[in-house]
Design a protein around this ligand. Structure first.
Ligand code: SF4
Length: 280
């Protein structure tokens, strides 16, 4: 199936014969989610992908409350991916996260804000756990925020399971507000961002508690890399060289230049990285 399937659900009403437009009502959205599920299942069947069908849910049909969590999952875990909508979600996070500078900020952290906080806290905890595991497995760590990230990872909370009680939203929000110790995975930039607002080169809004990962800039003081990131950088560089071999002149040159830049970043990691014991 091509593209992000969430594109199938439009959240605004189309111009109808009665001329009405604007946000959809809950009932209409529920129907659209239902038809999205039917569409996804039909597509999966058509393309011979039975494992990608959406199974019957023992808890009943998916309504907006639960769908919001899916949306939050994408915002939290797709910081600036190759899918166009992921970039849109990245922008959405900026709007949602500008607690003090936008109209949203003046409202309480309820609804999508709370769900987004929960998903972001879960993914930050996963990132911290992965960093701990990699360090324990002997991987070296580089980057100006390496020491801070290791300390943060050692103290990050573990969230077992994925069923979160209502009260968790407050805890998640408090956890995310601690500047400098929340770790954001940024797979598109091959790094972990140990987000500290004052260091951030991606120019987050004043008061924002999350980076603008889709606009990650080289040389930022919040950057952390492990040996795994260096490997991924080289793999991506090889991939770009393969694309370059089949691309016309100027595109090919740009791809090769990008591949070169990625290899240089990997080499910088190799020459500056230290084992965790040397950093803590
Ligand atoms: S520019 Fe810095 S703060 Fe922004 S996403 Fe990249 S590493 Fe994080």
């Amino acid at each position: 199936m091509s593209g992000c399937p969430l594109q199938r659900i439009s959240l605004t009403a189309h111009h109808g014969t009665c001329g009405k437009q604007g946000a959809l009502k809950k009932e209409t959205l529920t129907k659209r989610i239902e038809s999205f599920v039917n569409w996804a299942n039909r597509e999966a069947e058509m393309h011979g992908l039975p494992d990608q069908t959406i199974p019957e849910d023992p808890h009943g049909p998916i309504r907006m409350g639960r769908f919001r969590r899916t949306l939050a999952w994408h915002i939290a875990r797709r910081p600036g991916g190759l899918i166009a909508l992921a970039i849109q979600y990245g922008h959405m996070r900026t709007v949602l996260d500008a607690r003090t500078s936008s109209g949203y900020g003046s409202r309480g952290r309820r609804g999508i804000h709370a769900i987004l906080d929960v998903e972001t806290a879960l993914v930050a905890a996963d990132t911290a756990a992965r960093l701990r595991d990699r360090a324990a497995a002997g991987e070296k760590i580089s980057g100006p925020a390496a020491r801070r990230a290791l300390t943060a990872a050692a103290h990050a909370p573990r969230f077992e399971g994925r069923l979160v009680p209502r009260t968790f939203a407050k805890k998640a929000s408090a956890f995310l507000a601690r500047d400098g110790i929340v770790l954001y995975d940024n797979p598109d930039a091959f790094l972990i961002c140990a987000f500290k607002h004052d260091n951030a080169l991606c120019e987050p809004e004043p008061g924002a508690t999350a980076p603008r990962q889709y606009d990650c800039r080289p040389g930022c003081g919040n950057t952390v890399r492990t040996d795994a990131h260096a490997r991924q950088l080289r793999e991506r560089a090889d991939q770009l060289d393969q694309f370059a071999a089949h691309a016309p002149g100027p595109v090919s040159r740009r791809l090769r230049a990008n591949a070169h830049r990625l290899r240089e970043t990997a080499a910088t990691h190799d020459s500056t990285a230290h084992p965790a014991e040397a950093l803590t």
